[in-house]
Design a protein around this ligand. Structure first.
Ligand code: FAD
Ligand code: N01
Length: 543
């Protein structure tokens, strides 16, 4: 019997190469098979699932409700799969990814434990040549990058890192075996979504937990709970119609979130505003910021939500000095991805938990026994880097991608990513990027955006095949116009006011610019469909 983890196809020349086997690569593979195209899929990890394969840290779970954060392409699949909780935890999402791989027999075309290191376009032969770290070289007409926006882990280069004698972890490369922090002095660096999910659980185990915070984050209660079978049954009875609503919506999730969104936060009385925020706080999730129309566009309106969350933090955290340290004050709420927690702020009331402000006293070095800030030494047995990702462009830039005339993508993007629709880049024919910069991507329910991109690319490949078109590539003017539009809609929001990973601000030296498209999932989809219907307007096609 063949090993299901070993790809049966070893062809060295195929129609399409797909890089990555997270939710994007998996669905792409399925669609390519339907088109009858030959393919090879390469995945650096040991199995399918992408984000959910790598992020095994305690507390990892989705922040888009599971009933929305799942594939919609197969009604049979969505009917047969049952989520146990409002927000499924990582093991359940990974089981789902495995179920999809089994159900659609995906693994036979995927080469696991294989990292793509280079992709070069041969203009004369009109083929991509892809090189892997296992020494394979495969050529294809098309190359589809399904690398993930949050897959290139960022570990700050603190001096003395190698000298630390304890264990270190990054949330996005968590060991497969259980990690037991019992009796240990643990340090967590970072207070983003990953840290906020894991901190309450680590605090239960560790003898002492020290959290090194540079910038406080806004977090709201997830209000996670087991799903009511009656609610699930009702939704499943109208799942296709519901999914269609999500595709046309602003962010690709749950319609209730946008109720009342025509009202300004400043147009109602303080009491009414408070009631609205409180209802949403108690309901949990992204709905907190969906009650008013101008929370992402008006500083003054946004400040009302900031103050509401500050009050909740002050209520939860016993020590007023610690509470003050936890209040985010330097950016508007929502302009860094909002976090959702289960008992995060409460954790600071535990006697074994200490918060350290590393904005005031930065980390100077790791030492053999812990770490040193400019103010003190901390003795630690384990250090967790919850320090995030080189988002959106990091995984692409790690591959030596060269287009026409040997043009390097890393150089072309030196001043920031430029792309047509977040799907393709001028100078790089027959290369597609799923959920690339310039598309709604990380601002949306990613499953909705992934399916939209995969379907659009599949439609495009079918069109090219039928008309015997050998090359497709964005025209520079169309790309420029799209980039200008992406910048323009971002500039009309408060997003650029935060030093976020959306802006590239978390990576030293990375050019600043708002990378995803904030114009909305439904609007974006319509534009992509119009472009396809107009014979791929803005793309140069050649036979
Ligand atoms: P990924 O899942 O990142 O998969 C990309 C794959 O490509 C990886 O397996 C990687 O190993 C592989 N790869 C990368 N480079 C190479 C290479 N050079 N060669 C070979 N293989 C390569 N989004 C939401 O919408 N809702 C959520 O609730 C949500 N929760 C999240 C929670 C966490 C902890 C994180 C980190 C992200 C979360 N996201 C969420 C975003 C999440 O990344 C997407 O939802 C989705 O899983 C992305 O799927 P993908 O296939 O595009 O990318
Ligand atoms: O990463 P982050 P993440 N010295 O970049 C700090 C998704 N996700 O892995 O803010 C000291 O948000 C950094 O500080 P600062 C979600 O989209 C979703 O937590 O740069 N500190 C910050 O506090 C999310 O947004 C879920 O000042 C340093 C932290 O590390 C995205 O993934 C769960 C530092 C990094 O936070 C990334 O989240 C998890 C340094 N040199 C992830 N460098 C869900 O809930 C960085 N930091 C679904």
């Amino acid at each position: 019997m063949t090993d299901p983890h070993t790809a049966s196809s070893r062809n060295t020349d195929v129609d399409v190469i797909v890089v990555g086997a997270g939710f994007a690569g998996m669905y792409m593979l399925h669609r390519l098979r339907e088109l009858g195209l030959t393919m090879r899929v390469f995945e650096a990890g040991g199995d399918v699932g992408g984000t959910w394969y790598w992020n095994r840290y305690p507390g990892a779970r989705c922040d888009i409700e599971s009933l929305d954060y799942s594939y919609s392409f197969s009604d049979a699949l969505q009917q047969e799969w049952d989520w146990s909780e409002r927000y499924a935890a990582q093991p359940e999402i990974l089981r789902y990814a495995n179920h999809v791989a089994d159900r659609f027999d995906l693994r036979r075309d995927i080469m696991f434990n294989t990292r793509v290191t280079a992709a070069h376009y041969d203009e004369a032969g009109r083929r991509w040549a892809v090189q892997t770290d296992t020494g394979e070289r495969v050529t294809a007409r098309f190359c589809i990058m399904a690398l993930g926006c949050l897959s290139a882990a960022q570990i700050p280069q603190f001096p003395g890192r190698e000298s630390f004698r304890g264990r270190t972890y990054h949330t996005g490369a968590w060991p497969h075996e259980a990690v037991d922090f019992s009796g240990q002095r643990v340090g967590v660096i970072g207070t983003g979504s990953s840290a906020i999910q894991m901190i309450p659980l680590v605090a239960r185990q560790a003898a002492h937990l020290t959290i090194f915070q540079r910038t406080p984050n806004f977090s709201a209660p997830a209000q996670n709970h087991p799903l009511d079978p009656e609610v699930v049954r009702e939704l499943k009875s109208r799942y296709p119609e519901y999914r269609q609503q999500l595709r046309k919506s602003r962010s690709g999730y749950n319609a209730w979130l946008s109720a009342n969104s025509e009202r300004s936060a400043l147009a109602v009385s303080p009491e009414e505003r408070e009631r609205e925020y409180m209802t949403r706080w108690q309901r949990g999730g992204f709905g907190l910021l969906a009650g008013f129309s101008d929370l992402y566009t008006s500083r003054e309106a946004n400040e009302t939500a900031v103050q509401f969350v500050h009050e909740r933090i002050r209520e939860i955290v016993d020590d007023p000095a610690v509470a003050e340290e936890l209040l985010p004050r330097t950016y508007p709420i929502g302009t860094k991805r909002l976090c959702f927690d289960t008992g995060y702020y409460e954790t600071y009331n535990q006697p074994n938990v200490t918060l350290v402000n590393i904005a005031q006293a930065p980390i100077e070095a790791l030492t053999p026994t812990g770490l040193r800030t400019s103010a003190a030494d901390y003795e630690l047995d384990s250090i967790v880097f919850a320090t995030g990702y080189d988002a959106m462009t990091g995984a692409l830039r790690k591959i030596d991608i060269r287009g026409r005339g040997g043009l390097r993508l890393a150089e072309v993007w030196e001043d920031g990513p430029r792309s047509y629709l977040g799907l393709a880049v001028s100078g790089f024919p027959n290369l597609f990027t799923i959920t690339g910069p310039g598309s709604p991507s990380v601002l949306s329910n990613m499953l909705v955006s992934i399916e939209q991109h995969v379907d659009w690319i599949a439609g495009c490949l079918d069109y090219l095949h039928e008309r015997e078109i050998a090359e497709i590539e964005p025209q520079p003017e169309a790309q420029d116009a799209w980039c200008a539009h992406v910048d323009e809609v971002a500039a009309a929001t408060l997003y650029p006011y935060a030093n976020s990973w959306y802006m590239g601000a978390n990576i030293p030296g990375k050019p600043l610019g708002f990378m995803p498209y904030v114009g909305g999932v439904g609007r974006y989809r319509s534009r992509c469909d119009e472009i396809a219907a107009a014979e791929y307007e803005g793309f140069a096609l050649s036979r």
